[in-house]
Design a protein around this ligand. Structure first.
Ligand code: MRU
Length: 362
């Protein structure tokens, strides 16, 4: 179901409990159209994530959790529904839903973490109504807490950068989109850029282009123009315990460039993007997507009769070209100056090439 009324151009996820409603901004249509799509169940939530209408690690985890919450909320108005028969039936419904949601995109760890948190509720609570209530509460809490976490990342990151650059205005390069659209609001790497800007310490924000949907030109440019912001900080989809970081393809290239030019290379990520279960980036599964997402670009053209904007797909490479479309790459910890989380800034111990995120977070 589509709703063209703008809520806020930069709010990707809108959830209300009463009336029960979950709306997700279709980011594939930005910046030309602001259309929110209604999600009423787990399947619709899965599709939003798989098709990348919502994308960005924190947003993916939150939408997955909220799609289970809205599913249960809407179904619980009909108490005769069989899934609420007893605790075991409800638990198997929740298990199947979470397993299904987890198959939508494999790299961002936030999705798996959100799923574990919701599953743990079913292990702790015994009453059917209480399980549903706690799942809704927890999913809602993820949406609310993420905004504050991002503001903390923004402030810690800006403080760290400014300490190294006294009295100067800072130019920052960022990659992909890590802003309000990729999170519940404010953003991670883009959150640091916002904080520098609000302190009047940003000279320029530069962004590079990313696959498969030109998230730089369409989404980051859209957010910067929206905030009237005229600066290399990147986000993360999964950070291993030693600091190796999976992020949008092209990040590793930027990290090498930064290293060569002696420029700070900072990763901004909430602790929900850190996977302490893996030792290094070698264990991160990299999502591979369809060929046509890189052979075709989608643009907007004016109908020759005037008025109406129409989206159109154009193929770039010649037929027959072979395509490999990994969505992410892994930047080794060695190339990262610092990792900024909502709990503070983590740097490497002097003389080592790795971070100890385990000690910092536990
Ligand atoms: O494929 P996407 O658009 O979901 O990839 C997004 C990124 O790689 C972001 O940099 C990352 O998820 C961090 S978002 C705060």
């Amino acid at each position: 179901m589509f709703d063209e009324t703008p809520i806020s151009d930069l709010t990707a996820i809108v959830f209300t409990r009463s009336p029960p409603s979950l709306k997700v901004l279709n980011q594939l249509l930005l910046p030309h159209k602001t259309i929110y799509e209604t999600v009423s169940n787990v399947k619709e939530g899965y599709e939003q994530i798989k098709e990348m209408k919502v994308r960005g690690a924190p947003a993916i985890g939150i939408v997955a959790a909220l799609s289970l919450a809205i599913d249960l909320l809407l179904q619980s108005s009909n108490q005769t529904n069989l899934i609420f028969k007893d605790q075991e039936t409800l638990k198997s419904y929740i298990k199947a839903s979470l397993e299904y949601l987890k198959t939508s995109r494999p790299t961002a760890v936030n999705l798996f973490r959100a799923s574990d948190i919701l599953w743990n509720i079913t292990e702790k609570e015994t009453d059917v109504n209480m399980i549903i209530e706690r799942i809704i509460e927890e999913a809602e809490r993820m949406l609310i807490d993420d905004v504050q976490d991002n503001k903390n990342i923004g402030n810690f990151g800006a403080e760290f950068i400014l300490k190294e650059n006294q009295d100067k205005k800072i130019g920052v390069v960022t990659h992909c989109n890590t802003g309000s659209l990729a999170t519940a609001g404010y953003g991670t790497a883009l959150g640091i850029i916002r904080s520098l800007y609000f302190q009047n310490r940003l000279s320029h924000a530069y962004f590079t282009e990313t696959r498969p949907y030109n998230q730089g030109a369409r989404l980051t440019a859209y957010e910067l123009i929206h905030d009237k912001i005229p600066t290399i900080i990147v986000g993360a989809d999964r950070v291993a315990s030693n600091g190796d970081t999976a992020n949008k393809i092209g990040t590793y290239q930027l990290a090498i460039t930064a290293n060569y030019h002696n420029i700070m290379f900072i990763v901004a990520a909430p602790s929900t993007s850190i996977d302490l279960n893996i030792k290094s980036g070698k264990e991160i599964i990299i999502e591979e997507r369809a060929e046509d997402e890189v052979t075709n670009v989608t643009g907007i053209v004016k109908n020759i009769n005037g008025g109406e904007l129409k989206s159109t797909k154009v193929r770039l490479p010649p037929e027959g070209v072979k395509v490999w479309n990994p969505s992410f790459d892994v930047t080794p910890a060695k190339l990262i100056t610092a990792i900024v989380t909502e709990k503070g800034v983590i740097t490497k111990k002097d003389g080592t090439n790795e971070f100890n995120l385990f000690d910092f977070l536990t």
